[in-house]
Design a binder for this molecule. Structure first.
Ligand SMILES: Nc1ncnc2c1ncn2[C@@H]1O[C@H](COP(=O)(O)OP(=O)(O)OP(=O)(O)O)[C@@H](O)[C@H]1O
Ligand SMILES: [Mg+2]
Length: 328
């Protein structure tokens, strides 16, 4: 919408995990090094965790892009499933026929496929994103998959990617064996203040014009404060900021504009991005677009929230936005 006005080739702050925009903060650089190492060394399990919107899927897509021809990949993103459904998805992504097959048959097919690939010198990797949704029982079954091996080598390397809840699940006593199999583990931390600034300008540059908009005064400080250095929140704030500058036909933004955006979006540092008020009730709200659940404390006058997952703004009564549901 505003690309032409700012002389940009593309929108700089979209919410898709596009690796073309990757910015390597200290934590992202470290994670990439660990992931590269884990894949090269064929480590049994690799674990990548990080807060909602911290860049896990973007990093994984970047990793996949760099993988050599000898890597055969299966990616699973839907984890609210049972084991049979999970194996079906894994096999399907490996290109195997899954029609009318039960769990035993699916596992046999997978094993045969892995043996065949191994004999051809291929390296099979399974990536499970959104792994925070996996139950301990399912994780235990996934551990069994890593037991598929020949006399001298593992047949399947597994990369688990998820929000911090995944770490909590993995700390359960019944998953002790699982924990012991994790050879490489890394966690993504939010950006530091200087990284938030570099990140913003980096995205503008990749989008075609580093000088599209000038951040004056304490604008970047305020963006950093309210986003807590979480890239997805930085994107949400900056996208609205550019829209607002475009509406005013200017190519600069100051901290007052950021405050206005943050107020409009009801973003607050304490509550994973959603503003809280002292005397109000807690509501569970579910994003009408992507189904992400979050809790918000809403004052009687407050009707809007921003989804921390897909970034849409939604409202309870306001006809201009998508309506939310309470998840019940
Ligand atoms: N290092 C980075 N460089 C460039 N963009 C990034 C980086 N980290 C995150 N982003 C951007 O932030 C947004 C959220 O990133 P992403 O979807 O990868 O987060 P996530 O950790 O997978 O989130 P979730 O917990 O919801 O799965 C995307 O628009 C992505 O492009
Ligand atoms: Mg993700």
């Amino acid at each position: 919408m505003y690309e032409r006005f700012f002389h940009l080739k593309t929108k700089p702050f979209e919410l898709v995990p596009n690796p073309a925009f990757i910015y390597l903060s200290k934590t992202h650089k470290k994670a990439i090094t660990y992931l590269d190492y884990g894949v090269r060394e064929k480590a049994g399990f690799i674990l990548l965790t990080g807060e909602v919107g911290s860049g896990k899927t973007t990093l994984i897509r970047n990793l996949v892009k760099k993988m050599g021809n000898n890597v055969v990949l299966s990616k699973v993103f839907n984890t609210k499933v049972d084991f049979e459904q999970l194996i079906s998805m894994i096999n399907d992504d490996f290109g195997l026929n899954i029609k009318d097959k039960n769990k035993v048959r699916l596992l046999k097919d997978l094993y045969d496929f892995l043996i065949e690939q191994h004999s051809k010198g291929s390296h099979c990797i399974l990536i499970i994103d959104e792994a925070q949704n996996l139950t301990p029982e399912l994780l235990e079954e996934i551990r069994m998959l890593s037991n598929l091996e020949t006399d001298d080598s593992k047949l399947l390397q597994i990369i688990l990617v998820g929000q911090p809840e995944l770490k909590k699940t993995l700390s359960m006593p019944e998953l002790r064996q699982f924990r012991q199999r994790i050879s490489v583990s890394c966690h993504l931390y939010p950006f530091k203040r200087h990284e938030t600034g570099e990140y913003i300008y980096h995205r503008l540059e990749v989008a075609g014009n580093k000088e599209a908009i000038k951040f004056k005064g304490h604008a970047v400080d305020v963006i950093h404060h309210y986003s807590r250095g979480i890239p997805r929140l930085v994107n949400i704030i900056c996208d609205f900021l550019m829209l607002s500058a475009f509406a005013e036909e200017k190519n600069e933004a100051d901290e007052h504009m950021v405050f206005d955006i943050v107020k409009d979006l009801e973003i607050d540092v304490q509550h994973r991005g959603i503003k809280t008020f002292p005397d109000n009730q807690q509501e569970n709200i579910v994003c009408p677009k992507c189904g992400f659940k979050q809790s918000a404390q809403l004052s009687s006058g407050q009707q809007r929230a921003v989804c921390l997952k897909c970034g849409i703004v939604f409202a309870k009564f306001n006809a201009c936005c998508m309506p939310w549901s309470d998840g019940s």
